[in-house]
Design a protein around this ligand. Structure first.
Ligand code: G3H
Ligand code: ZN
Length: 285
């Protein structure tokens, strides 16, 4: 089926009071696994490519983006392409030509006024290109290359009043909020501030996005969706599944040399994780 727009998937999820799962992809195996997992769950899905992933792909967006587009077009469920955690204007400007219908512009590390000004400029540009744009206010911790954030620091929580003003003044279509999750957690021990989330959902009239969802247990994810989260970003959970399966495979077969033998078990483990998390979000068809 043809590529769909992430904005449409998020709007559909918001109307149904549910959430669309958005998985970060790094390798072709991630792409195939996310599509296969979504097909097995019978749900739409967003394939996300982050600026960090582009850096890993030798600074080139197109090879992975084209693979993701091709996989999306051959999928039996709706699939959208989203450019994630973009800080570089140069990368931002590649989005439309590389098949992305949406971007997450990340200036959350900047002081409020600078975040707002940079996000406003990015939103104006994105909208002129027909792109849907997500931004972040209140920094979700655990980003690569950023100093660790104290979970109780002011910046580690999004203030509802500021969020309302930020959305109105920046013109963004969705807002990533800091409500207790953190990126790259390898244990599912994050405790979300559900009361804050409720206040944010009441204050802001665009969809809310949860980042760092790998660290949130199933019950927390379900409550977050019930509390107004409509896009759930997952990355690390795929890497945990892939690397764990490959480690186990190679430990049992130290003589293995064919990369297909371990990449296939890594991919299969990610398929299971994708399908299971979509079930948890309640969007499985
Ligand atoms: O934007 C991507 C996500 O926030 C992924 O976070 O790797 O902790 O699941 P995670
Ligand atoms: Zn994120």
């Amino acid at each position: 089926m043809p590529l769909v727009a992430a904005g449409g998937l998020v709007a559909g999820a918001a109307a149904a009071r549910t959430a669309v799962a958005a998985f970060n992809v790094i390798t072709l195996e991630h792409v195939e696994a996310v599509v296969a997992g979504a097909e097995s769950a019978g749900a739409p899905v967003i394939l996300q490519v982050s600026e960090n992933a582009v850096r890993f792909r030798c600074g080139r967006l197109l090879p992975l983006a084209r693979a993701a587009s091709a996989a999306a077009e051959q999928a039996s469920v709706p699939v959208a392409l989203h450019l994630d955690h973009v800080q570089s204007d140069e990368l931002l400007r590649q989005a439309p030509g590389a098949g992305f219908s949406s971007v997450m512009y990340d200036a959350a590390h900047l002081p409020y006024a600078e975040n707002l000004a940079a996000t406003r400029a990015a939103a104006d540009w994105a909208h002129a290109q027909g792109l849907w744009i997500e931004a972040e206010l209140g920094e979700v911790g655990g980003k690569a290359g950023r100093p660790p954030l104290d979970a109780h620091a002011a910046g580690a929580r999004t203030d509802p009043g500021r969020a309302r003003a930020f959305v109105a003044d920046s013109g963004v279509d969705a807002l990533a909020v800091a409500v207790g999750s953190s990126h790259a957690m390898t244990t599912r021990t994050a405790t979300l501030d559900h009361d804050l989330l409720k206040r944010l959902a009441a204050a802001v009239d665009v969809p809310l996005v949860l980042h760092g969802s790998s660290g949130v247990p199933d019950a927390g994810l379900r409550s977050a969706v019930a509390g107004g989260i409509t896009k759930v970003n997952v990355g690390t959970a795929l890497n945990i599944a892939m690397t764990g399966a490959i480690r186990e495979h190679l430990t049992a077969r130290p003589e293995a040399v064919d990369s297909r033998s371990y990449l296939s078990v890594g991919r299969a483990a990610m398929v299971e994780t994708v399908a299971r998390l979509i079930e948890v979000l309640g969007t499985a068809g």
